[in-house]
Design a binder for this molecule. Structure first.
Ligand code: EZ4
Ligand code: CO
Length: 403
């Protein structure tokens, strides 16, 4: 079997997605996701101009060798664009391998370790009572894990808080760069009040999560973790920007609040201090941004040795192909923690045909061969690429800050 053709498909059914279709000389094909939100066309060029021509004629079943060929062979290792391009090819190759084996992908990754994959969704609101109503409603939809975010009085709603920036409505992606405002001292006292109210409203059977989105310093995160301890959060996510892995030592010294990080990581080398020193509890790498099925499987196996669990990043800016790949890894590994899943718009589900399924707080892998996601190319062509940007954030004095 040989790789005959690699198509790179860009479409925007509500938001931009970069998809590869690897086609073999025997007619079997595989689908992979290479979407990097707001930087999509860089991956398109990497795939079209630099990768695709070197893979024609290669054996698509040599997934590990092709992964190493692209990783070591590039010389310029790691980075989000390189690793998303490798991921797109890798996911497609695993899809082909599972189709050739006539098995769902999870069988090739060790087989089933669990019956269902627990997910969490997001609730945001302009004030605590609005968030509480949202969490109660989501609980009624069967969710056992819910992420809660609230707007800060005195500041306009920003990403992950008010309904105006609700991702589900596509609100955070704008045709121009928008500028948001951040003030840590206004945020810090509010979050414990939110979770106090939520525990009163929905009790202790439900997992509650919160995403700080890289906005604190280590000592501030330590304070917030301590203040949240009474409410027993499932996790505190991205408490600080994590390029400086050692920063987590400070947080860990001060709080028993479980910690999650890693949605923007792309390699196991982003995680070594965090995992080996057991500074985190959940590692958030996801198939598209960390080198595909091959990439995240290596990271999760490494994490398993140090009591760190998986928690694949999964909002709607990674395509259903990534979600399919994630669900199969989630199903197969022992150290699964949770899967983020916000769902997709109708337009996205029309373009991407999914055999895996969602039902009341849980995801279920397909039993059909492959990772269970395909693309309708004709329909995709009706949704051309549209330039879109994530927001940036400034402090109240106008200086740039992390978000
Ligand atoms: O902001 O994927 O936990 N989820 C998140 C996401 C990220 C987006 C950025 O493209 O923080 O919603
Ligand atoms: Co996040």
């Amino acid at each position: 079997m040989k790789i005959k053709e690699i198509k790179v498909i860009v479409c925007s059914p509500g938001r931009n997605f970069v998809t590869v279709k690897v086609i073999t000389d025997e007619g079997v094909y595989g689908i992979g996701d290479g979407t990097v939100n707001g930087r999509e066309l860089a991956v398109v060029s990497y795939l079209k101009d630099h990768i695709a021509p070197t893979l024609i004629g290669k054996d698509p079943l040599r997934t590990e060798d092709i992964w190493q060929y692209l990783y070591k062979g590039a010389y310029w290792r790691r980075g989000p664009i390189t690793m998303a391009a490798i991921a797109a090819i890798d996911m497609a190759l695993w899809d082909i391998k599972a189709k050739v084996a006539n098995m769902p992908l999870y069988q090739l990754l060790g087989g089933r370790s669990r019956d269902k994959v627990m997910i969490y969704k997001h609730v945001g609101g302009l004030d605590i009572s609005e968030v509480t109503e949202g969490v109660i409603a989501m609980r009624e939809q069967g969710l056992d894990a819910i992420r809660a975010q609230v707007s800060i009085p005195g500041l306009p709603p920003i990403y992950g808080t008010g309904p105006s920036t609700d991702q589900a409505a596509g609100g955070m992606i704008k045709p121009m760069v928008t500028e948001e405002v951040w003030a840590t001292h206004k945020y810090m006292p509010l979050v414990p009040k939110l979770f106090e109210k939520l525990r009163d409203a929905v009790g202790w059977d439900v997992h509650l999560l919160h995403d700080v989105h890289h906005r604190l310093t280590p000592i501030e995160a330590a304070r917030l973790g301590k203040d949240l301890e009474p409410y027993r959060l499932f996790w505190l996510e991205d408490a600080v920007p994590a390029e400086l892995q050692e920063g987590f030592r400070i947080i860990r010294q001060h709080t028993t609040q479980p910690l999650a990080v890693g949605e923007i990581f792309n390699s196991v080398y982003d995680t070594t201090t965090l995992i080996q020193e057991q500074l985190i509890d959940y590692i958030r790498v996801t198939a598209v941004h960390a080198g595909g099925v091959t990439g995240i499987k290596k990271i999760f196996d490494f994490a398993s040795i140090y009591h760190v669990k998986s928690a694949c990043h999964g909002p709607m800016d990674m395509s259903p192909a990534t979600m399919g790949a994630n669900i199969h890894v989630d199903t197969a590994i022992n150290n699964f923690g949770i899967q983020e899943f916000t769902g997709y718009t109708k337009e996205t589900y029309d373009v991407f045909k999914c055999d895996w399924r969602y039902d009341r707080g849980y995801l279920y892998p397909n039993e059909t061969p492959g990772h269970g996601t395909d693309i309708d190319e004709d329909l995709a062509a009706k949704y051309p690429y549209a330039a879109a940007y994530l927001p940036v954030a400034r402090l109240e004095d106008g200086s740039m800050t992390s978000w």
